[in-house]
Design a protein around this ligand. Sequence first.
Ligand SMILES: [Zn+2]
Ligand SMILES: [Zn+2]
Length: 247
Amino acid sequence: MALRDYYHTVLDLFYPRTCFHCNCNLNDACEVYLCHTCKEQIPYVKDTYCTRCGATLGPYATVKEDEGCSRCKGKKFHFDTVTPITHFDGVVRALIHKFKYAKLRFLCQTLNEIVTTRPRLKPIVEEVDIIVPVPLHWLKKFHRGFNQSELLTRGIQNHFSKPVSTRNLCRIRNTVSQTYLSKTKRQENVRNAFKVKRPGMFAGKSILLVDDVLTTGVTASECAKKLKEAGAGRVHLVVLAIAEHGK
Ligand SMILES: [Zn+2]
Ligand SMILES: [Zn+2]
């Protein structure tokens, strides 16, 4: 047993740790915030998804390169591809809620692990020049204490050693939450909510845009639009979780 394991064992005697999802006792040193059972229930998105919108595809689904799947056909997105890591469901949904709304910032360690250990992320990160999080308005960031997408971006940066830009794309309007708005209202809500301060920084660069939850794609698409107006080449979107019921 390594010294580190003794340390955790002794620590566990005095401060018993519990799983953030099911509240069972954590005894294993490598279980940081989630137990093995909950880890096994992480709803990862399987390999059959539409790279245009991130939707999971059925066994008989057909996807045409520029038209997309039945979910995104006829929709215009400004990002070039979407890489979803998990479904916005179960353990992940609960963790994201605790992370964002109960402001349990340290849970980002677990969420970062879920993202960076997915093999599908590597080739996309290798292709881009710079990683950019979907920004929060400064007032919202001030109240929450952090931007969840920025913490995910930092996780990817630490894992792959890629440059990050967290301030050049910014949110200039403090929009109301998209959660209860219709599709049209969501589009109006985010129109011109973002701005690139120094376009030269993104000109000719391919960008990895990072968001925590993808619902309709309207917000991320508006960000990608601004990045492309600033001269960016391809914009790839990676999302921790995709909520497919929000069409
Ligand atoms: Zn658990
Ligand atoms: Zn699609």
